[in-house]
Design a protein around this ligand. Sequence first.
Ligand code: ADP
Length: 739
Amino acid sequence: MTAQASFLTDAAAEPLRRVKVVLPLPMGNGYDYKVPLGMAAEPGDFVVVPLGPRMVRGVVWTGEADATVADEKLKPLAERIDARPLPADVMAFVDWVANYTLSPKGTVLRLVMRSGQVFEPIKGQTGFLQVIPPPADLRLTEKRQAVYDAAHPEIPQTASMLAKAAGVSDAVVRGLAKAGGLAAVDIDPDPPFAAPDPGRPGRELSDDQKAAADDLIERVKAGRYSSTLIDGVTGSGKTEVYLEAAAAALAASPTAQVCVLLPEIALTLPFLQRIEDRFGTPAAHWHSDLSSAERRRVWKRVADGNARLVVGARSALFLPYADLRLIVVDEEHEAAYKQHDGVLYQARDMAVARGALGGFPVVLVSATPSLETLANVEEGRYDIIQLTSRFGPAQMPETAIVDLRSHPPEKGEWLSPKVVDAINDTLSRQEQVLLYLNRRGYAPVTLCRKCGEKMTAPDSDTWLVEHKYTGRLVCHHTGFSMPRPDHCPHCGAFDSLVPCGPGVERIEEEARLKWPDRVVEVLSSDTMMRPGATKSLLERMTNGEIDILVATQAAAKGHNFPNLTLVAAVDADLGLAGGDLRAAERTFQTLSQVAGRAGRAEKPGRVMLQSYQPDSPVIRALEAQDRDGFASAELEGRASLGFPPYGRLAAIILSGENEAALNEAARQLAQVVPQAEGVEIWGPAPAPLYRLRGTYRLRFLVKTDRRVSIQNVVATWLSRTKLKSSVRMTVDVDPYIFT
Ligand code: ADP
């Protein structure tokens, strides 16, 4: 409650308390309410308020009173929820993200409150404990004995858990409890997490690693905001180093919390196991696969300070930490940190803001840092710690370019004879091969031999990708799929559809034909559908049971395959084309990461990149393993064009089903484009995917100098006109996808 927001209605009467409440809904920046007499309502408090006919939960916020609503019109708060208030730094973070992304505060608060069920009363469960010793007069039948043996004296289990363990019905469990062999207790529906033990010894660090860890520990102890990049080649032990910083933060205070962010795809079991080994207990996990009960437990336990170590995907940044002291952003270069729905935020950048607002250090980690981060280092805003060699005997792999112009694959094949030779070599030494191609399915394009028509998804400008296993044509943008037709839908020709270009399934087919006695498998998001399947595939690869793994990006992350010594990129040029600002950067990063999978243990690794453009700067830099050379050339190019990180971009996307209304809206906006120094606005132009699911899309791109607040420019511009409700507008500050 701010001083401005409270005033007296009448000198004689009780003072009217007026507060702003932000609701986790995609609208506005909060509404004013009256605080009923006797109710405490301070900033951060969770409250229930009437909103039209509904009752909605929200949070009391700070801020100016809404002068347009008279006191008499105010509705009273319905209830103050008895829960820990939202900490001030979390509120400040919501405000900051809303301002930065030009989103209503409510939409950002929804990220914080998404586990809405935390406030729902939940039915407690009864658990049963083994009674030791059992009552003297207890008669144990065989079934009861099995239940008794399955029970634990301290860890309660539900009747159904015990029944399942003993292979009996629930009734036997209850019967045994009645007879006194089990004691009934209430089970906490959100059991606390065991405290991580930072005192457990970590691995013994090399001198480089130790120097890096000490530097970070100093920063943690200083307890001030700082941003540091750990820049180290894959396998240099960056994880070991930042785990020491996490340990120092946890050891500094019994309430301190640490958050480790990873791209969702990198949240693998071996990684989580490593954290558990270091701290002696599992961390609280936060990712999209959690059940709502797990979500509620983590949310509540983070809010009450019990969950002290959180490992999660980008949205873990929005948990209501009671006492956050350190954020680590692993694989900070990953485009997966950008959220593409709702609030369009970049979690790496927001993590830095969170650290600044909360006054604690942020550590960014990568073997191939983003150009934004490198520019921040260059300009002194972020510090850098470098780890230049792999840990132990492992060496960086040698990289060779295979020029497909002079060493083309046989007709109808995709692997160059040079790569085939190298594979034969590797297999003859009983070592493993990874063939990398970032394309799911069998063939990216299917066309009709007769009429030349490319198969596209209905209502979209997207190509259908053939998937052989399922026998379907699939749109990777919309998820649309159909059985592969035997007639061309356009000209009616029979059996005329031919696949063009390779996907992982086609490379797998080629490998199986060439090496029929070898074990060949595919790893892609399609084969990762069943959770168990991925795990067993990765285990088999780790144990050397797979000879050739054909994989999309899914394999580029965080796995150590000790016997993998050859990595070949089937199409290193893929990703270089297209109007995407970060295409070259991303290609460089992904290929370096994939290359980093080779030779992680004692055996030296080898990397081959098949390319039709061996002279492109990206491919050359990869060959020379000259990351800094690549980065400085790319940064120079960006600087000369005024693109990020040296300028700022925002995309305004208009979409709608009615093309005429959409064009009219774009014209309306184009008419009021702001003219200012350091501001350029391009468009409207059709988005590269102009038609998606029957919706048309037009795009403006705003570019400003770094000194200009792009948020102000966009907000001022958009406030000048009101669009029809049939046209949807999305504002994307710092866009990452340009489709
Ligand atoms: P990065 O995060 O830089 O890719 P990791 O921390 O994953 O590197 O380390 C790579 C491998 O080397 C892992 O298997 C890790 O356990 C091992 N390793 C790194 N540092 C040490 C160390 N000091 N002692 C023992 N093993 C280490």
